[in-house]
Design a protein around this ligand. Structure first.
Ligand code: CA
Length: 365
């Protein structure tokens, strides 16, 4: 059968509609490749992007081009297990002060233990200056797993930092004398805000904002509402609306089981513990999150997007008044997707996982 050219274009368009699984036509452009485990994206503007590589570097795409040299002056990290150079976030006033923040795992000096740290630094060309440590998770750990290590600024200028449960320390997520399984809130210079929920509790660490988390690897601020994403055990990945002082339940309540199939808790709910607004059984291994707020893909405006690594796709979640009403699978023809973000022009950025990772931009056809 022969098609005239307009018919052929129509047929191809219809096929690509089906392949794309959503009725939105888009294409991919690789904007950086050959990366070593890209982990976290921070967008300056349409042409300038900063990202971490878990193996220890901070890299820049400058004026649309990947700089071959990593940013100099970054702290030494412990690259082991799930640890390394992890989260990066820009200061709300970055355009003027060039300040950014890095979350990473670091070995304790002269010891076998390590912990999650956060530094603040000024980006000057391709170098960090005025580096100062503003957070160090207490206590240190023996494992190189479950760091959390994502950050977001609240509207009042304070910084939220996610802390994982260290895998072997999950029971500690329910007690307030440590940072395992906590989201903490500090000022951007490392000092303490006076109004944290446990500021007046002599038995609690004053940085704690919320607790009962497992491995929170996504946190976003949408118009002042904070959404947290956590990587669950076997089943039980969650999205929660994060409020001060709340207990999100881990490991007392969970929709997941241990990796060996054993029961972590027989309970999925309990008085005084929050329910997720979304959970996944089986797991999708979620890592990054954004709330798409641009007009380039009008059908997607207002949706939460979660990047997932099992099997490797993005979940688009329609959000109405803090409830998830629909879930769509997209971008499932790439590979494990570690992080997701959007540019001011509305293009979507995906970071694929692993050695040989890529940063891919998605725009409408
Ligand atoms: Ca929970």
């Amino acid at each position: 059968m022969r098609y005239s050219q307009p018919t052929l274009i129509l047929v191809i368009s219809i096929i690509s509609l089906f392949l794309r699984s959503e009725e939105v036509n888009y294409n991919y452009t690789i904007i950086a490749e050959g990366l070593d485990r890209p982990w976290s994206l921070a967008v300056i503007d349409d042409e300038n992007i900063i990202f971490t590589e878990l193996s220890g570097n901070l890299r820049q795409i400058k004026d649309g081009k990947l700089l071959s040299a990593p940013v100099a002056g970054t702290p030494e990290v412990l690259f082991k297990g799930q640890g390394g150079m992890s989260g990066v976030v820009l200061d709300p006033n970055f355009q003027n002060n060039k300040v950014l923040y890095l979350a990473f795992s670091a070995r304790d000096e002269g010891a076998r233990t390590n912990t999650l740290k956060v530094i603040r630094a000024v980006l000057s060309n391709n170098e960090l200056r005025d580096v100062s440590e503003i957070f160090s998770a207490f206590p240190s750990r023996n494992t190189a797993l479950h760091y959390g290590a994502k950050m977001v600024f609240m509207n009042d200028g304070t910084l939220l930092i996610t802390n994982g449960d260290g895998f072997n320390y999950r029971e500690k997520a329910q007690s307030l004398d440590n940072h395992f399984g906590k989201i903490v809130r500090i000022n951007s210079d490392g000092s303490l805000p006076a109004d944290n929920p446990f500021s007046d509790d002599p038995n609690a660490l004053p940085e704690i904002w919320s607790y009962g988390h497992r491995n929170p690897q996504g946190i976003i601020n949408y118009k002042g509402e904070i959404y947290g994403l956590e990587h669950g055990p076997m089943g039980g990945d969650e999205i929660n609306v994060i409020k001060p002082g709340n207990n999100y339940g881990w490991p007392a309540i969970t929709y997941g089981k241990d990796y060996n199939g054993s029961i972590i808790s027989p309970f999925t709910e309990m008085k005084g513990m929050e329910q997720p607004i979304k959970y996944w059984v089986p797991s999708i291994a979620p890592s990054g999150m954004m709330l798409y707020d641009k007009d380039l893909f009008p059908e997607w405006k207002g949706s939460i997007f979660v990047s997932s690594m099992k099997p490797g796709s993005v979940r688009r979640l329609e959000l109405k008044e803090n409830k998830i009403t629909q879930e769509h699978i997209i971008f499932d023809d790439l590979s494990r997707i570690r992080d997701i973000a959007f540019l001011p022009n509305g293009s979507i950025l995906l970071a694929t996982d692993g050695s040989g990772g890529e940063i891919i931009s998605v725009q409408p056809n």
